[in-house]
Design a binder for this molecule. Structure first.
Ligand SMILES: Cc1ncc(COP(=O)(O)O)c(C=O)c1O
Length: 357
């Protein structure tokens, strides 16, 4: 077989769609001051704060050198914050890269179970690493589907907590129940955990079949830095380290991340602010607007008109949101992250209006 025809198998792997750009938005509704609410970026963290941390980092690191001391310091700090040992922390360039590393160590012939709806990259990455993907809906929108999991006997179960795109939290008891099945590796994606104040990191002391994924992209508003990490114990942590490239995280990213952790109290204020804005936002919505039970700064709404129609109407007012696949009673869903109140003051009213038509 020629190398070209060999590569054709990759066309069966879906491509991750990062959403619509302001340029494309312009073509649809004309030139506007667009607010991007489609990527769950954390707009509550002021960009001036991030710039200051970045300037400080540039003054203090020598980019001629490979990152070693800085990444070791970050690993130790993350272990301390999470009440774990440094052996339990594996740094990577974003939670996405840690998702890939997990799938890499279980590549080919393994089965992964995903709930619907959830973060779309799990399926794409699982297919690239040759895992079989099984999906089913949550029970009552928020609970793990044990019946379906047991029936399909997967090797891996990904749980996104809080879940993207709904923002709902999966009860800790359910996660623990799943972990009791020692034949399953549970990958708990806690990308949004800090903001909602939910974490299961202490379960790592009791369960060696658990991997937790974290990132600086959301709580710390550092999506552009591409820095995240996994928490795991025993053989999982050993093997995850083996498949990492020698220097997966830049010294610049690691230094900024360290500075951010030193200012965790400042960041907490913005997390609280984000949750308050979501409460305000939900209160402004008419009762008839179907919405997910979010514990985070983003949520999913379902409209009486098609998702595309609702999307275009919001776009014509400058709000870029995300059309997602229908699920359960969410027949025409859109996901959107929120932003400081003064930037989205008229958004709930617009949503109510679209839903009346
Ligand atoms: C659930 C979830 N996991 C992982 C990621 C990717 O995180 P990172 O920017 O750290 O790669 C995202 C980004 O939106 C996400 O929503």
């Amino acid at each position: 077989m020629s190398w070209k025809s060999d590569l054709e198998k990759w066309y069966s792997v879906p491509v991750y769609k990062p959403g619509i750009s302001p340029e494309e938005s312009k073509k649809i509704v004309g030139d506007k001051n667009f607010l991007n609410l489609q990527s769950n970026e954390n707009l509550f963290i002021p960009s001036e704060l991030i710039k200051k941390l970045a300037e400080n980092a540039l003054l203090n690191i020598d980019l001629r050198l490979y990152p070693k001391e800085i990444t070791t310091a970050l690993t130790e700090k993350l272990a301390k914050i999470n009440n774990l040992e440094k052996e339990n922390v594996i740094l990577g360039h974003g939670a996405d890269q840690m998702i890939e590393s997990v799938l890499n160590i279980f590549r080919n012939k393994k089965k992964v179970f995903l709930h619907k709806p959830t973060y779309s990259y799990y399926k794409i990455a699982a297919m690239s690493y040759g895992l079989k993907v099984i999906t089913d809906e949550y029970v009552n929108e928020t609970s793990l589907n044990f019946e379906s999991i047991n029936k399909s006997s997967p090797d891996l179960v990904f749980i996104c907590n809080p879940n993207n795109p709904t923002g709902h939290v999966i009860p800790k008891g359910e996660i623990e129940e799943l972990l009791k099945n020692k034949d399953i590796v549970v990958v708990l994606d806690e990308t949004y955990a800090e903001i909602s104040g939910v974490t299961s990191n202490q379960l790592l002391n009791d369960y060696e079949n658990l991997i937790i994924l974290r990132t600086f992209s959301k709580a710390y508003g550092l999506a552009g830095l591409r820095i995240g990490y996994a928490l795991a114990s025993g053989i999982l942590s050993d093997v995850l380290k083996r498949v990492q490239s020698p220097f997966p995280v830049s010294s610049f990213s690691a230094y900024v991340a360290l500075l951010a952790l030193d200012r965790i109290e400042v960041f907490k204020k913005y997390w609280n602010e984000a949750l308050k804005v979501r409460e305000w936002f939900e209160k402004q919505l008419d009762e008839g607007v179907i919405r997910s039970k979010s514990s985070s700064y983003f949520l999913t709404l379902s409209f009486k008109v098609s998702s595309e129609a609702a999307f275009t109407e919001l776009l014509s007012h400058g709000y870029i949101t995300r059309v997602i696949e229908p699920f359960g009673r969410f027949l025409n869903p859109l996901r959107m992250n929120l932003a400081p109140k003064d930037l989205i003051e008229d958004l709930p009213g617009l949503i109510n209006q679209i839903n009346k038509n």
